[in-house]
Write a new protein. Structure first.
Length: 491
């Protein structure tokens, strides 16, 4: 269960007169090229107010790097006299440029030396606007936290490190169908995914892992299973082995993508509606040799930590779950947290004939504080997608229903879903569980109440024994009272 990579920009050697833009996303572009003398390459970047143009350049010899607006670039590409907002002769650059909202062009021109130059160029807008990933269906639909505030067209970003992700869901109705599913996918299948990004900092560099806590549904059989996946996002393709990641599961090879991923065994069961589940992904411990992550769920009987995964990473300095709109992972994916309804697996997108579900997200920060992230986009990032879902706000709660999603709107979720947990597998009971820490507090309160009841009973017993020594008449009265109480309890 992997999300679709941001397409890489393959730059060609281009003449000053004939230039070809080879980009699938105008605001996230990267690529390598060789430039002969008097040739140039370029990429365009769409910038919203509040964003800047971030440029990374490495060249084998000095080149001219320029940042231009649209008018300046048109003059340059036509061979006319031209100007630029920024111009520098350099061999290496790592910088961002403050500009107003609009279209901009980053140009690398080999006019300094007469030899062919190897060039690596990366240019994109920061903070990264999530709409560059999805702006229409099909898409993963639900709640996505990217660390972005979009107010009146002005983009503001903020970084959020945290130690635990908590996803809440109550499904009132669900029916999905895909007449032509991928190999190994049930036509009636769908899934609810909570996806988080783990960053590991070592003495040798930064490594990134993608953590998935997933509920898979077979909607015509009212069946589901829970599993977790781990992907290595430290490079363009996920590479893992059964010695680099260990837990209850194993590492598998995804032939269609030429990638390796870790997956836990399924936990199969049947559901009845309304169906509530709380998912937990928690960074548990860090050592110089490894990182331990636990995956859990709650169906009403407390948290079940069903898989404890160890990522064996030597020379580890620190690790944290992270939302960061100012960087993409080495694989080109966003540092986000999301809880989304999508196809079952293997990059499927499915059609939901029925859907009514309420979702909620929480994060446990590094200081232990539990927060509800805000604002949220109505889509996430993963390989699977939904063809016809949308998110609406009902009295501060987020609901997923059939429809055409509005991608550019953000939602502020103020209330978590109402949770219906089934006691003994029969009658549903309503619960509002805020976090894993809420369970601990609940258990403490429960044991405190039991302790007070026992203490009160002991005190009454002691008082009765003392009264026995002095007044036989009062003892007989109390004994009758106890019999009366016993009869009343038996009714």
């Amino acid at each position: 269960m992997n999300w679709i990579r941001i397409a890489l920009l393959l730059f060609l050697s281009l003449s000053p007169i004939q230039a070809y833009l080879a980009s699938s996303y105008s605001s996230v572009t990267t690529g390598d090229s060789t430039l002969t003398h008097d040739y140039y390459l370029y990429c365009n970047v769409t910038v919203y107010n509040g964003q800047s143009v971030y440029v990374q350049l490495k060249a084998s010899a000095p080149v001219t790097l320029m940042v231009m607006n649209q008018h300046q670039f048109e003059e340059f590409s036509q061979g006319d006299k031209y100007s630029s907002l920024y111009r520098e002769v350099t061999q290496s650059l790592d910088s961002d440029f403050e500009v107003l909202g609009g279209e901009y062009y980053v140009v690398v021109y080999n006019n300094v030396v007469s030899v062919t130059v190897s060039v690596h160029l990366s240019a994109h807008a920061l903070p990264i606007e999530p709409l560059v990933y999805h702006s229409s269906l099909p898409a993963p639909i639900g709640l996505g936290f990217y660390g972005i505030v979009n107010e009146s067209g002005r983009i503001t970003g903020f970084v959020t490190p945290y130690q635990e992700a908590i996803g809440y869901a109550t499904v009132y109705s669900i029916l999905a169908y895909n007449a032509t599913p991928p190999k190994g996918v049930n036509p009636w299948g769908s899934s609810l995914q909570m996806n988080a990004v783990l960053q590991v900092n070592t003495t040798r560099g930064t490594y990134v892992y993608w953590l998935q806590n997933v509920v898979e549904f077979v909607t015509d059989k009212d069946a589901y299973c829970i599993e977790d996946n781990v992907w290595n996002y430290s490079s363009g393709k996920s590479t893992l082995t059964n010695t680099s990641v260990t837990g209850e599961g194993y590492v598998y090879f995804l032939e269609s993508r030429d990638e390796y991923y870790y997956a836990s065994p399924d936990i199969p069961a049947n559901y009845s509606l309304p169906f509530s589940v709380v998912l937990y992904t928690k960074l548990v411990s860090i050592t110089p040799e490894s990182i331990n992550v636990s995956f859990g769920y709650n169906l009403g009987s407390g948290v079940v930590w069903y898989d404890n995964v160890t990522i064996h990473q030597t020379d580890t300095i620190s690790a944290l779950l992270l939302v960061n709109p100012f960087n993409a992972t080495p694989s080109g994916d966003p540092y986000d947290l999301d809880l989304v309804f999508v196809g079952e697996g293997n990059y499927e997108y499915t059609y939901f004939e029925q859907m009514n579900a309420s979702l909620g997200l929480q994060m446990v920060l590094l200081n232990g504080k539990v927060v509800t992230p805000s604002p949220l986009y109505t889509f996430g990032m993963t390989g699977e997608e939904a063809d016809n879902l949308r998110v609406i706000d009902v009295d501060g709660r987020a609901f997923v229903i059939p429809g055409n999603n509005t991608f550019w709107n953000q939602v502020n979720v103020k209330e978590l879903p109402e949770l219906y947990f089934r006691q003994g597998g029969n009658n549903p009971s309503v619960s509002n569980i805020l976090s894993t820490y809420g369970y601990t507090l609940g258990y403490l309160v429960f044991f405190l109440v039991v302790f007070l009841i026992v203490l009160s009973a002991l005190r009454r017993l002691i008082r009765r024994r003392r009264r026995r020594k002095f007044t036989t008449r009062r003892f007989d009265y109390r004994r009758r009272g106890r019999r009366f109480d016993n009869r009343r309890r038996n009714i």
